[in-house]
Design a protein around this ligand. Structure first.
Ligand code: LLP
Length: 413
């Protein structure tokens, strides 16, 4: 069982209401420290783009990767700026919509290009612009097929056999090639890691172009199951594999190159918990349901990927219940049958042995700091939930709950 700090979480639920996300700054700092071997740690902010967390990252020397205009503006709001190499900000994408193109040209943000058209559209407007090439090496790997970002069925990156054409475009538009980037998916395994490193060395040689940096992408796994702590990536080992590839590249080019890593989940997943209150219980045939006030609009991963999140039960006065007594299906309030948190791979409802939960108890969803709040939505017209940061003794509301009036405001035309 993963530990839940019952008294603290009950106090936060009381003060800010449920559902509510809670983050622990100490865990974020610890994970960043574990990545210190790399020259550059670039946070994939899609995992969690709260401006206050981005500020915390910036203070720790972490750079940032944005994937949209909104994420670029969030990075700026957190104090990130465009500067020399390694540039604190980069935009990674497979297309440039018009508004994003205008903004990256104005800001001079380096662009990690995932399609030839991005190079053409950028080159026409902004000759000399700094670019990275995101390469699809022809294979991928993910914790779910939806998070595999390489191979023939992935829309991401420039297909490895088309590197030559991309280099031609870079020359034609006099773009400034910073480096090559590969991210094959989320949930690293070492077999694939070695393949990616080999592919990176091969691509640098094939390109026939000088570069100043390589990016290992993100994808470092975290132990979502309590008994899987061994699956947390050994960052020193991970680095050593990439470092060998880097040295081969340096030998080929005859000068040093920066080695970047671009994790999202590894830095924030374990730092975050989603708190929800038990509001109803019912027995449906052989299934015992516990219904909480958070739904898949708040935490999408179980419904979307069949992902596992540990669940703790805490009484309203902060006592953690530790004895799993009965198989329980935990579900949310949405008017949709798939609004279930206890699922197996493929999204099949899977009762889980949990302590007996009373109405008013808190359910704590662990490891919800990555792709939790950032993937939440207003489905069923439910407002976005608050986010709270715990830093030692300090408890700060870093996003307030959205109001219903704010939901309606866009339609008051
Ligand atoms: N870099 C690039 C180019 C990416 O596409 C991603 C993730 C990352 C870095 C960070 O990957 P991470 O280290 O967080 O695994 N919503 C899914 C994950 C989608 C990841 C998409 N790209 C989930 O909840 O598991």
């Amino acid at each position: 069982m993963k530990p839940a700090n019952g008294p603290l979480l009950a106090r936060i639920a009381e003060q800010f209401g449920t559902p509510c996300y809670v983050y622990d700054a100490a865990i974020i700092r610890e994970r960043i420290e574990q990545l210190r071997y790399f020259d550059v740690v670039r946070f994939a902010q899609k995992a969690n783009s709260n401006v206050h967390l981005l500020k915390l990252m910036r203070e720790q020397g972490v750079l940032v990767d944005s994937v949209s205009l909104g994420e670029l503006e969030r990075a700026l709001a957190a104090g990130y700026q465009v500067a020399d190499e390694p540039c604190p900000m980069v935009l990674t994408a497979d297309i440039l919509d018009r508004a994003t193109l205008d903004r990256v040209v104005e800001l001079k943000v380096p662009v990690n290009a995932g399609s030839p058209q991005m190079l053409e559209q950028l080159g026409e407007k902004s000759p000399g612009h700094r670019v990275w090439l995101r390469i699809n090496p022809g294979f991928g790997h993910g914790h779910s097929r939806k998070t595999n970002t390489g191979g023939e069925s992935s829309k991401h990156g420039i297909w490895y056999e088309h590197l030559g054409e991309a280099i031609e475009l870079i020359k034609r538009y006099k773009l400034d090639l910073v480096g090559l980037h590969m991210h094959i998916g989320s949930g690293v395994d070492y077999t694939h890691l070695q393949r990616v490193c080999d592919a990176m060395v091969e691509q640098v040689k094939t390109s026939g172009h000088d570069i100043r940096a390589i990016s290992a992408g993100g994808g470092l796994s975290v132990p979502y199951h309590a008994d899987q702590t061994a699956t947390r990536v050994d960052t020193e080992h991970y680095f050593s594999i990439w470092d060998k590839a880097r040295k081969q590249i340096e030998a080929h080019l005859g000068h040093p190159v920066h080695l970047e890593i671009e994790p999202g989940r590894f830095i924030v997943a374990e730092a975050g918990k989603l708190l929800a209150e038990v509001r109803a219980k019912k027995d449906v045939g052989s299934n015992h349901f516990v219904l909480v006030d958070a739904g898949f609009n708040d935490l999408t991963r179980p419904a979307m990927y069949g992902s596992y999140h540990e669940i703790s039960v805490v009484s309203s006065d902060g006592v953690e219940k530790r004895n799993p007594t009965r198989p329980t299906v935990v579900a949310g309030p949405l008017c949709e049958s798939g609004d279930v948190f206890t699922v197996e791979d493929g999204g099949i409802v899977a009762p889980r042995a949990l302590p007996d939960a009373e109405i008013g108890d808190l359910l704590v969803f662990h490891d919800a700091g990555a792709y939790g709040a950032s993937m939440s939505s207003n489905y069923n017209s439910r407002p976005l939930v608050p986010e709270v940061l715990v830093d030692g003794d300090k408890i700060t509301l870093i996003r307030r709950r959205q109001t219903i009036a704010e939901l309606l405001a866009l339609e008051n035309v």
